[in-house]
Design a protein around this ligand. Structure first.
Ligand code: 3EB
Length: 314
């Protein structure tokens, strides 16, 4: 295991404990503990991990896989601090040799509120993140998959997973404009993320699906909860279909986990049931977090990890 993420009360912290990085993310509405393990770990010898925390940054690695996190303090504007923290975190991964960053999470305090200039804090964050990726010479087609979601308060908590070899394959959704090509009306810089990334291990192909919402082309479809649920399920299913087209040898797909973000507490049961049925995943592997979503009109967003196999797993 590389890291444990605790969604609980209190303020954000990073600590090392028995060679594992612990990230605490303040979440007043829901409590959740998440364990980040090495893909296909059972096939290898139990690996030795190394864990370090310095100031607002921490990481844990096993020689092939890295989990790294940083805490961005709150302020009247987020772009500058986000750019610096992103550059620093990505450079850290590169310096340690884990150059293939394939999945990033961003938890943004008061995501829909305005900053001191009247720019929505999500858009403010997107600006700094985009500038960081540009300054590090990332091409849009090589961005990691991501989640960008709200937290009740505070600055931004960022964590990522990366590995040394080989590169991830990016998957886009043909029903959606790539997020990095969203038009300017959604903010001064488009969100920097891929819809999904696939990584191959010895026996499996893992698909990391970004936070997915009820968006077609670049437009939100938000008539009601049922429509948002159906469109989001179709978007995730389309990413699974695209992956199978690119990797036809992997004929069997399993949902390892989902994370379901719901804006309104009263929608939790209906949304959780719909996604658990659609992707055959148990409730204990598909927790719900009450969070604000980066577009004010959206009520839900769902991310997941899917495993593709050559043969059925009994
Ligand atoms: C969307 O498709 C919904 O800014 O990192 C989903 C996943 C969303 C990641 C991010 C935003 C992000 O645009 C929002």
């Amino acid at each position: 295991m590389l890291a444990v993420v605790h969604y609980n009360h209190g303020h954000p912290t990073l600590t090392c404990n028995n060679g594992v990085l612990h990230v605490c993310i303040p979440s007043t509405a829901t409590q959740l503990t998440e364990y980040w393990c090495i893909p296909d770990q059972t096939l290898h010898q139990p690996s030795q991990t190394e864990c370090h925390v310095t100031g607002n940054e921490g990481w844990c690695a096993d020689g092939e896989n890295l989990f790294a996190a940083c805490l961005i303090p709150d302020g009247p504007e987020l772009a500058h601090a986000s750019k610096q923290a992103y550059e620093h975190l990505i450079q850290l991964a590169h310096t340690l040799g884990y150059i293939n960053i394939y999945r990033i999470w961003n938890y943004i305090g008061s995501i829909n509120a305005s900053n001191s200039n009247g720019l929505e804090r999500y858009r403010d964050f997107c600006l700094g993140r985009a500038e960081a990726f540009e300054s590090l010479n990332y091409t849009p087609a090589s961005l990691p998959a991501a989640t960008g979601i709200g937290l009740q308060k505070g600055g931004v908590v960022v964590f990522l997973i990366a590995r040394k070899t080989p590169q991830a394959t990016n998957i886009e959704n043909p029903l959606q404009v790539p997020a990095y090509q969203y038009p300017q009306r959604y903010g001064p810089k488009a969100p920097s993320f891929a819809r999904a990334t696939a990584i191959e291990t010895q026996n499996s192909l893992y698909l990391y699906v970004s936070g997915t919402a009820s968006i077609r082309n670049h437009v939100s479809l938000c008539q009601n909860l049922n429509q948002q649920t159906c469109i989001t399920i179709e978007n995730i299913q389309t990413l699974l279909d695209e992956t199978q087209k690119k990797f036809p040898a992997f004929t069997h797909v399993y949902c390892d986990s989902l994370k379901i973000y719901v804006r309104h507490t009263q929608d939790t049961v209906a949304v959780a049931n719909a996604f658990q049925n659609a992707f055959c995943v148990k409730p204990e592997h598909s927790p719900t977090l009450i969070s604000d979503i980066c577009r004010e009109e959206l009520s839900l967003e769902v991310e997941g990890v899917f495993r593709f196999q050559h043969n059925p797993v009994l």
